[in-house]
Design a protein around this ligand. Sequence first.
Ligand SMILES: CC(C)(COP(=O)(O)OP(=O)(O)OC[C@H]1O[C@@H](n2cnc3c(N)ncnc32)[C@H](O)[C@@H]1OP(=O)(O)O)[C@@H](O)C(=O)NCCC(=O)NCCS
Length: 161
Amino acid sequence: MTLLPSRASLEDDAAFAAFSCLATGTPSTPWLEEVENYVRARVLRVPDLHVLAFRDGDELIAVSAFYESEIELPANQPAGYPAWHLEVVAVAHPRQRNGVGLEVLDHTLSVMRDISPDRVFVVARAHLKNRASIGLCAKRGITPYVPSGTYWVMVGDLRAQ
Ligand SMILES: CC(C)(COP(=O)(O)OP(=O)(O)OC[C@H]1O[C@@H](n2cnc3c(N)ncnc32)[C@H](O)[C@@H]1OP(=O)(O)O)[C@@H](O)C(=O)NCCC(=O)NCCS
């Protein structure tokens, strides 16, 4: 399969509104429903968000989004550094567990590097129970840093890739 990544805009609204990263009939998982609803209704409407669409032919099979942010490091003597906030990586349910998520993450990190080589930190939030998200991020060194309510704040360094 060859993934075709592109910048997404409101012209992609119909495809995004039909996107599903949840298996039908699975028990309610609010943090996954939150991701799906966000992709369907919100992600294309957030100002200053970089949104990428990944298609296989005409089919939208994955989405990622990120924005410019800042991180304070280290925790005991914090100073502010420019960072990217990785807002979402989502793969259509039938295509999950097939290497697509890792390909999407790699492409997204590479776009971040191209936009701004000096912005080297990546921050992401993952629900404490979202093993898929935590496992995917760990593949690229984005790992749990501090808990925040029911989420991990995770941090990675683009120079370590
Ligand atoms: C998280 C997500 C994007 C992963 O996509 P994917 O295409 O299934 O991931 P890949 O097949 O590329 O797997 C890469 C790694 O992720 C981890 N992973 C993926 N799915 C997993 C699962 N169900 N359980 C545990 N680890 C998982 C593994 O470490 C895996 O590596 P491995 O295959 O060597 O074990 C996908 O599960 C998804 O869209 N989930 C719903 C939306 C979401 O929760 N997004 C993250 C928060 S914004």
